[in-house]
Design a protein around this ligand. Structure first.
Ligand SMILES: *[C@@H]1O[C@H](CO)[C@@H](O)[C@H](O)[C@H]1NC(C)=O
Ligand SMILES: *[C@@H]1O[C@H](CO)[C@@H](O)[C@H](O)[C@H]1NC(C)=O
Ligand SMILES: *[C@@H]1O[C@H](CO)[C@@H](O)[C@H](O)[C@H]1NC(C)=O
Ligand SMILES: *[C@@H]1O[C@H](CO)[C@@H](O)[C@H](O)[C@H]1NC(C)=O
Length: 480
């Protein structure tokens, strides 16, 4: 039997956070008299405030009630009331609520409500579009207009893809790729194709390859560094004489230098013997092949110098490329350096057939471990949840393309490491990175259960199955 309640219940509101602005606010509601329990699960119970703001001005769709009678807490995303203490009146407002019926479902919305919601969505979208237009009209393009020449160091897949992307931005821009392999050089210049990595893709005509470092760097406005981390130091020392001290270096290389545990932001200025060489790091979920296919991609550029990050954003942002800026160089670099070790772990979970729950849990745990280390090293935790953090990690762990991940799959399905390594080239480095990562974690006194387990498996001190058992048996802790 349903009883209709129409009494008004007085609620006192205690504010636990600041009120106003767009900041989420947590308010605790103390009920003067207990409401029937059904009210707590009722998402839409009407509330009006003492200063007579109507309920419609409070965005109740963004509020959550926690059912903890006689108190319920309320998370208000955007609260239009400025005063710090407001009395809220809650009433059943004529809606039908069965008294003390724990299992009551929220009322199914009438067609009227669905029309309203559609309207709300329309208004929200129109706001977004207006906001976007106003930004677009103010967008600056002078960096691209002024740039005449860009150099890309390294003719691997990502260097080539980035050269093609930036060349597409402006036909008059001269894009030089410095490559080692004379055959690749010839194929780019004669057939506009990097035969080694993208045999089926035509590169823009303004992409020119060379094996001459001096000619490549001469007069360049920007330099993209796409040489693998382990070879970068020696390579840069060799070409240092041709590098203008003001030439911005945009690092595309991800990883840790194995013996020194340095990342590119440390390697580049040291090798060029110029601590003031402008440095920018570009990172994010971006498979080179999808980039050359011009599929929508989003990345982040980070630099200590905001002007530099803004300049690279202008240079690269296009219809198929979103570029966000950041000042958190460490945060962007560290996730890029560690994600391949996590990819090995993801491969192992796959190889052991542990299922999708396991995979998601593993990747979430891995993200946390990387965040713990990164924040100890001075990174912002928001960077780690962004494109260069979670974004790139998801791509590397969930998509079956990386060789590091394949090593994990084969380890998980019971193959020995030596057999795997002898049958694949270029993976030894990813495998040794695991140990380097743990050395770094030790230096900063961070516990990394999953990543340490990977390193132990690689050291042949632990089998994948035993590792899973040990990880599952770790203390049950509070989430951090
Ligand atoms: C709020 O407005 C209603 C009518 O809309 C009025 O009856 C009531 O007295 C007002 N309350 C306060 C606190 O101003
Ligand atoms: C994981 O999800 C995929 C896609 O739904 C499904 O094909 C696969 O069987 C799942 N794995 C397990 C172990 O259930
Ligand atoms: C994933 O990778 C493994 C080994 O690298 C391969 O055997 C398998 O076919 C791949 N699966 C998919 C769906 O591509
Ligand atoms: C494997 O990981 C290493 C170390 O992070 C990295 O340098 C290498 O590029 C990765 N290889 C692939 C194919 O992703």
């Amino acid at each position: 039997m349903k009883k209709t309640k129409s009494t008004h219940h007085l609620l006192c509101l205690f504010l636990l956070c600041c009120v106003g602005g767009a900041k989420p606010m947590v308010a605790s509601l103390q009920l003067e008299s207990p409401l029937p329990s059904a009210y707590y699960s009722h998402h839409f119970f009407p509330v009006s405030t003492s200063n007579n703001r109507t309920t419609s001005q409070l965005d109740w769709s963004r509020c959550h009630y926690q059912r903890r009678p006689p108190t319920c807490s309320l998370v208000v995303q955007k609260f239009p009331v400025k005063s710090s203490s407001v009395v809220l009146y809650a009433s059943s407002g004529g809606s039908t609520a069965p008294a003390d019926d724990e299992t009551m479902e929220p009322p199914s919305s009438p067609p009227e409500g669905s029309k309203d919601r559609r309207k709300v969505v329309q208004v929200a979208w129109e706001k977004l579009v207006r906001w976007s237009r106003s930004w677009r009209s103010k967008a600056k393009t002078d960096v691209l207009e002024r740039a005449n020449k860009v150099v890309v160091l390294g003719g691997g897949s990502f260097g080539t893809a980035m050269a093609a992307h930036v060349a597409e931005r402006k036909a008059q821009l001269e894009v030089n790729i410095l490559v080692r392999d004379p055959q690749v050089c010839r194929s780019i210049n004669e057939r506009h194709c990097n035969c080694k990595y993208f045999p089926d893709h035509q590169l823009p005509e303004n992409v020119i390859a060379t094996t001459d470092a001096k000619a490549a760097l001469m007069g360049a406005d920007f330099c993209f560094h796409a040489v693998p981390v382990q070879f970068s130091s020696a390579f840069l020392e060799e070409i240092a004489a041709f590098v203008d001290p003001g030439l911005p270096f945009i690092s595309l290389s991800k990883g840790l230098e194995l013996n020194t545990l340095r990342m590119m932001s440390q390697i580049i200025p040291k090798a060029l013997k110029n601590p003031r060489q402008p440095f920018i790091v570009l990172s994010g979920p971006s498979f080179a092949l999808e980039l050359v296919k011009k599929l929508p991609t989003a990345m982040v550029v980070a630099s200590k110098d905001k002007k530099m990050a803004d300049a690279v954003q202008q240079l690269l942002a296009s219809r198929n490329m979103r570029i966000s800026t950041s000042s958190d160089v460490t945060g962007v670099e560290i996730a890029g350096a560690l994600k391949n070790v996590l990819a090995i772990a993801a491969g192992i979970v796959d190889g052991l057939n542990l299922g999708n729950n396991s995979m998601a849990a593993l990747v979430a745990q891995g993200c946390s471990e990387i965040r713990w280390l990164a924040t100890k090293m001075g990174a912002k935790s928001t960077t780690l949840t962004g494109l260069s953090g979670s974004g790139d990690i998801m791509l590397t762990c969930f998509v079956n393309l990386s060789r590091n991940r394949t090593v994990g799959v084969r380890l998980g399905s019971g193959e020995g490491l030596d057999d795997i390594l002898s049958s694949m080239n270029q993976v030894a480095e990813g495998v040794s990175t695991a140990g380097a990562v743990i050395t770094l974690a030790q230096k900063y006194k961070v516990k990394m259960p999953v990543l340490t387990a990977v390193a132990r498996i690689i050291d042949k001190e632990l089998t994948p199955t035993k590792a899973v058992y040990e990880l599952m048996a770790l203390p049950q802790v509070e989430e951090v």
